[in-house]
Ligand binder design. Sequence first.
Ligand code: NDP
Length: 345
Amino acid sequence: SKVLVTGANGYLATWVVRTLLEKGYSVRGTVRSEVKATHLKQIFAKYGDKFETVVVDDITKEGAFDEAVKGVDAIEHTASPFHFSAEEPEEIIAPAVNGTIGVLKSALAISSVRRIVVTSSCAAVQSFLPEPKRFSEVDWNEQAIEEVKKKGKDSSQIDKYFASKTLAEKAAWDFYEANKAKVSWDLVVLNPPYVFGPLIHDVSSPSSLGASAGDWYNAVVRPDMGGKSLEVLATDGGGWIDVRDIALAHALSLIKEEAGGERVVVSAGEWVYQDFIDTANALSPSPIPSHTDLPKGDPGAGKKLPPKIAFDTAKASKIFGPELKYRSMEETTRDTLEDFERRGW
Ligand code: NDP
C-alpha cells in the first residue's frame, strides 16, 4: 500500500520514509520545492518506483494536498514549522494549524485512505509547572495557548512553537470528530518529546541542523556548550526519543489496528543536557577520535534533582508492544557522534 508523507525532507520524516520503504510500503513524499527532492531521490534510489515525490509549495493554500492524496492508503503528516524565530505567533501557528486541517480536508473524499497519522508533540502535552510532573495523554498544554493569547509577539519562542503544536493537534481532533461519520479513515496522533539521533536528511553544516539535533550538537560537541550555563545544562531538558524509534512508531501507527482514534505519547525517558554530555564522555572506546576534547560541563550534575518533566508511556507500550523498543542514551549518543564524525563536524 501507498503512504503519503508530508514534509518528507525533514529530519524525522526522512527516517519515517526510510522505515516505511524498508517495511515494503510505497511512499509519496511532499516537499516544498523540486530541489528539496534531490537528496531524497538519491538516498531512496534503491527502492525504485516505490518512492516518489510531489511538490506542495504552500501547505496553507486551500486544496494544497488535493492532488497529493489521490490514491494513497494512509497519510503521515509531519510537515510543520519548527523554529524559534517567529515574530508574530501567527507566523508559526497558521501553517501548523492550516497545514494539518488542509491535509485532513483533502483526504475527506478519498475513499482509499484508511488512516491518518499526525505528528504532534509533547509540546502539546507538557507545561511548565512549579512542581515536577509525569504527563500523559490526558494532559494538554493550555499554558502555551494562554501565554500566546496574553503576550502576542512578546511571548517566548518556546510558547509560540508549543502553542502551534497544541492548536494544530486540537484542530485535528476537532476536524476528525466533526467528520468521522463520513470518512473512510481514522486518526492517530503521536506525541514525541525532543527527537535526537543521527541524520539522513540533507544538512550541509551543524548550523543548519534543526532545532532539536542542533541543540544537542551545540551542547554535547561544541567547546562552548552552545553558550549554556552549567546550571542550564544541569536543569534544562524533558523527555527524548531516538529519531529512528519515533520513525518506527509512525510505521507501527499504520500497522497496529488498535492505534486508531488514539493520542499516543512516546518517550525513551528523561534527560537534561548534562546527561548526554556525561554519556558522550563515558563512551568507551570513543566513537570519535577527533573529539577527545568533548566538553565536560559539570559531570553528574544532571542527576542531582528529580526530572521536572517526565512522561507516562504505558499507552504506547500497550498499543505498540515490544516492537517499539527505545534506544538507550548510550546508543543514540554513540550513533549521533559517529554520524557527526563522518561528516567532519
Ligand atoms: P524539520 O524542520 O527537520 O522538518 C520539518 C518539515 O516540515 C520540513 O519538511 C519542512 O519543509 C516542513 N515545513 C516546515 N514549515 C513548513 C511550512 N510553513 N510549510 C510547509 N512545510 C513546512 O523538523 P523535524 O523533523 O524536527 O520535525 C518534524 C515534525 O515532528 C514536526 O511536526 C515537529 O513539530 C515534530 N516534532 C519534532 C520534534 C523534534 O524534537 N525534532 C519533537 C516533537 C515533535 P522545509 O524543509 O521546506 O522547510
